[in-house]
Design a binder for this molecule. Structure first.
Ligand SMILES: Cc1cc2nc3c(=O)[nH]c(=O)nc-3n(C[C@H](O)[C@H](O)[C@H](O)COP(=O)(O)OP(=O)(O)OC[C@H]3O[C@@H](n4cnc5c(N)ncnc54)[C@H](O)[C@@H]3O)c2cc1C
Length: 397
């Protein structure tokens, strides 16, 4: 999390004009997928295939793939703007946001042959790399304790174990998988001996790979995944065996910044919605927004979201210049997820009873944005990071 962005990811900062155009483009695309679309998907817990296809075809999900591999070669700030606008338009980028950043592990640590094989197809959407298998039921946040194993047998690794919360596994062709290749007691340290693989789920399904959906309070297409003697070609190992933990950490800053941008989009959607309603809803013969009891929470949520926006800009700017940005990326994610939740609560309250009606979309986005204080990293773990790495306090876990 303290690492710098590698050369391949140091795309020049996209120009202000370019980002403005991207924002307008994403808004226009999102307008084709209004509240009714997302409501129906939410009700059915169905995957927004049409939306993901449209975003892919427009090239937005390939924002961070360099042009030499068929992507758009945009900066992280531009990618963040794309996800922010999806959320600000009332949509849910969680259906596909991982396609934007999981490929970073292949880009940074894959062999030239792996990059050529995967990245151009990920850029066009021919290959969906949406699934990220890290979390396990018994390890939780303590990733170094995972117990899924990958044992080398000739030309293949045999994988056994289980993942949980592997989102979008049913809507992905590939999964980036973290597994233990050296037992923890034989590894030099607890973070050594873990390796990363690209698993072709199309080939493995029914041959050692089982996917079971988990129904949750939000429409997130998340699953648990079981590996029972699943064979993965040794050629699908990314980088060096045993160094996977480091490879996964390398991708965390980009992920944190992009998720923060999604939270910012949510916060801005809630604030827009609440402001509009507060101006038009008349009770006791005047707009409710004329009461300070209604105004102040909206103003407070606005201030919190603007502060988070500054931290996102700072983190993205550092990342784009290849500077260390672990603290800023973590703070951006924490501040933005808190701002979006504050705005969600305020928006619900501003709408009174109507906030609970499905057709207003508030209760849906309220459920959706709550996730980000837990995943992909919980607030406590960010606070522990700041305490230890920025303030020099003793490590607490
Ligand atoms: C909808 C959803 C989608 C997800 N998608 C993915 C995915 O695609 N791929 C993937 O790999 N994972 C995914 N996750 C998993 C997610 O990253 C984890 O849920 C998250 O990191 C927290 O881990 P945990 O649930 O095991 O909580 P735990 O680690 O069990 O922690 C429980 C609580 O205890 C707190 N806690 C734990 N240790 C400490 C400590 N030392 N100090 C203070 N507090 C502590 C945590 O902050 C948390 O609030 C997803 C989760 C959800 C809910």
């Amino acid at each position: 999390m303290t690492g710098t962005a590698p050369a391949t990811e140091q795309a020049a900062a996209s120009s202000g004009e370019q980002i403005k155009e991207i924002r307008a483009g994403v808004r226009a695309l999102s307008a084709r997928f209004p509240g009714e679309y997302w409501r129906e998907k939410d009700r059915e817990r169905a995957y927004p295939t049409e939306f993901v296809r449209a975003l892919t075809e427009a090239g937005y999900l390939a924002a961070l793939i360099p042009e030499e591999y068929g992507g758009s070669g945009l900066s992280l700030g531009a990618a963040a703007a794309i996800l922010e606008e999806v959320q600000r338009s009332g949509g849910n980028g969680a259906a596909c946001h991982a396609q934007m950043y999981i490929m970073g592990t292949i880009l940074r640590h894959g062999s030239p042959a792996q990059k050529r094989a995967y990245l151009p197809k990920i850029a066009t959407g021919e290959l969906r790399l949406q699934a990220f298998g890290v979390t396990e039921p018994t390890a939780g946040t303590d990733t170094s304790s995972i117990s899924t194993t990958a044992i080398r047998k000739g030309d293949v690794y045999i994988v056994n174990g289980q993942k949980v919360w592997t989102s979008r596994a049913e809507h992905s062709d590939l999964m980036l998988l973290l597994a233990r290749t050296t037992p923890r007691d034989k590894a030099r340290s607890k973070t050594e001996g873990l390796s990363v693989f690209v698993v072709d789920m199309r080939a493995a399904l029914g041959k050692g790979l089982t996917i079971r959906p988990i129904r949750t309070m939000l429409n997130h297409a998340t699953t648990e995944v079981f590996f029972d003697d699943m064979a993965v070609p040794a050629a699908n190992l990314i980088g060096e065996e045993g160094r996977g933990f480091r490879y996964i950490l390398d991708g965390m800053n980009a992920e944190r910044i992009l998720i923060a941008a999604e939270c910012l989009g949510d916060a801005r959607w809630f604030i827009d919605k609440a402001s509009a309603y507060a101006k038009s809803r008349v009770v006791f013969g005047r707009p409710i927004g004329q009461n300070q009891g209604i105004q102040f929470p909206i103003a407070r949520a606005y201030a919190a979201s603007e502060a988070a926006a500054l931290m996102i800009d700072k983190a993205a700017g550092l990342f784009e210049h290849g500077q260390p940005c672990g603290a800023e990326a973590n703070m951006a994610k924490m501040l933005a997820s808190e701002a979006s939740w504050q705005a969600a609560d305020m928006c619900l309250q501003t709408h009174g009873g109507f906030g609970f009606a499905e057709e207003f979309d508030i209760e849906r986005k309220f459920r959706e944005t709550r996730l980000y204080q837990v995943a992909p990293i919980s607030t406590n773990l960010i606070l522990a990071y700041i305490a230890e790495h920025v303030l020099g306090l003793p490590r607490s876990y």
